[in-house]
Design a protein around this ligand. Structure first.
Ligand code: COA
Length: 424
């Protein structure tokens, strides 16, 4: 692709803060009242308000969302588009590549524009991003023995008194994080990588400590500010404005972390302190051809230089970023040593450490990975993460005067996705 036809991310991209699904394991999380489409809508609105592009020039919306976690999730990207302020005539596509959905939306949007087959040339810009409400519901199982017609006008809660025998609740959050192909939960695949790479509990905790410390330092220095749109949570007199990611811990110590029990298997090294936090959030950005950005006088932030997607054994799903990055580097036509900054999703410390070790073999400097912290401190709202990391990376490249950034994440079920962006 020639430089002038590159797909660029426009300046002004925004994300919501990432909010823990629970406060102190008791109270509902700050975003617990928002569905994924509402979170996506907040991110899109924040982005359109900050990107100097006329909404009438947005021809399509592509948003990632891993799980249909709310009653309006079926409307997906279209629900996010209208909530974000886009008109009824803007089509919208929801994409799902589990934990890579927010990166996949950028890839799909870029490819749709580049391929041109269904690109609306009169409205050349596209909104891409992702959102996830991880307030996954408890679902009733063994319950459908009821004529739809009888209930069709109700659209409300089910009267539980008449439930058939054998009907029971399942926790969709826990069920989703268990992969039947691997016959284990995502966290246990990270334990498996820990064993294969001989990673110790201390190494995992040190990695988590670094993540928390860097996230706190960067929050305190205001480095997340330009990418974040504050969210007002309106609950009457207790209305409040959420500005920061809620899982960043102010007082962590290696000693305290070392005392946390293994969360997923006896003798394991994954704990609540070194696993990604379960949070809600959304992100969005406007993309388009560099030539259209110039034509409409809007400022590009970064160019999408290369994309890679790869698959691996689901029992080591956390390793996916390594083969995906090999492909992305080749597609970008650059070498690992040229990467100035990496945003690697920290699903679990052992998983991230394993990837970083093998990134080293590609010439990627381990010190350049997650210099602003990662999901252990900041959280991993599955369908939003890829978009969040992309805009974090893009703004940081600009702030630091760097050139190439790698954004990469593992994907439950055994995949990885990588984007290489170049600051403009
Ligand atoms: C690991 C996991 C189960 C922990 O959930 P949780 O128990 O609800 O986590 P909490 O945040 O409540 O932490 C548990 C305890 O550890 C403490 N803790 C957490 N991080 C800590 C740290 N860095 N230092 C000290 N204490 C810490 C908490 O304060 C809490 O203490 P309490 O029980 O006294 O209140 C959850 O975060 C998880 O499943 N993460 C992975 C999600 C996932 O699989 N995503 C997909 C990836 S592919």
């Amino acid at each position: 692709m020639s430089q002038t036809d590159s797909i660029v991310i426009l300046d002004g991209a925004k994300r919501t803060p990432r909010a823990d699904i629970l406060i102190n394991n008791k109270e509902p999380g700050l975003f617990s009242r928002f569905s994924a489409t509402q979170l996506g809508g907040l991110a899109i609105k924040g982005t359109l308000d900050n990107t100097n592009v006329d909404n009438g020039l947005v021809g399509h919306v592509v948003m990632g969302m891993a799980q249909h976690s709310h009653r309006d999730s079926i409307y997906g990207a279209k629900g996010m588009a209208w909530r974000g302020g886009l008109g009824k005539t803007v089509p919208a596509l929801t994409v799902a590549r589990i934990c890579g959905s927010g990166a996949e939306s950028i890839a799909v949007g870029a490819e749709m524009i580049t391929a041109g087959l269904r690109h609306d040339k009169k409205r050349p810009f596209m909104v891409v991003g992702g959102a996830e409400s991880m307030q996954y519901p408890f679902c009733l199982y063994n319950y459908r023995g009821k004529k739809v017609g009888a209930a069709v006008q109700k659209y409300g809660p089910i009267d539980t008194k008449g439930l058939a025998a054998g009907t029971h609740l399942q926790d969709m959050l826990l069920m989703s994080l268990y992969d039947p192909s691997a016959e284990m939960a995502m966290a246990n695949t990270a334990e498996e990588l820990g064993r294969r790479f001989e990673i110790s509990r201390t190494e995992a905790d040190e990695f988590a400590f670094r993540s928390q410390s860097l996230a706190k330092d960067n929050r305190d220095a205001g480095h997340f500010k330009e990418e974040t749109v504050a969210v007002t949570v309106d609950s009457g007199p207790d209305s409040m404005v959420v500005e920061h990611d809620t899982h960043i811990m102010d007082n962590i110590s290696m000693a305290k972390m070392g005392r946390l029990p293994a969360a997923f298997e006896a003798g394991g090294i994954v704990t609540a302190g070194n696993a990604s936090a379960v949070v809600d959030g959304g992100a969005a950005m406007v993309i388009g051809k560099e030539s259209d950005a110039a034509k409409h006088d809007v400022k590009p932030l970064a160019r999408i230089a290369g994309i890679g997607v790869a698959a691996c054994d689901s029992r080591i799903m956390g390793y996916g970023p390594v083969p995906a990055t090999e492909i992305a580097l080749a597609n970008a036509g650059i070498e690992g040593k040229e990467i100035d900054r990496v945003e690697l999703n920290e699903a679990f410390a052992p998983q991230a450490i394993a990837c970083i070790r093998d990134f080293g073999k590609m010439g990627i400097d381990p010190a350049k990975v997650n210099m602003m912290g990662g999901a252990i401190a900041l959280g991993h709202p599955l369908g939003a993460t890829g978009s969040i990391l992309t805009l974090t990376c893009a703004y940081a490249l600009r702030r630091k005067g760097e050139r190439y950034g790698l954004v990469t994440m593992c994907i439950g079920g055994g995949q990885g996705i990588s984007l290489i962006i170049e600051a403009l």
